[in-house]
Design a protein. Structure first.
Length: 59
């Protein structure tokens, strides 16, 4: 049987603190863009749709 190559991975090395901070920052930025996209995409159109539906019912 072949040797498991995953056992050769060095697990004692740590990620540099700068790289960790940059990764967290990038994830937070992506989540922010996702929230803005959701807010001005789906939610905004849904509110406009409901507004015009309610406006026609009042007439």
């Amino acid at each position: 049987m072949k040797e498991n190559i995953f056992k050769q991975i060095e697990t004692d090395k740590k990620l540099p603190e700068e790289a960790k901070e940059e990764l967290v920052s990038n994830i937070e930025t992506a989540k922010l863009f996702q929230s803005f996209t959701e807010l001005f995409g789906t939610e905004y159109l849904s509110v406009l749709k409901d507004f015009f539906k309610n406006d026609k019912k009042e007439e």
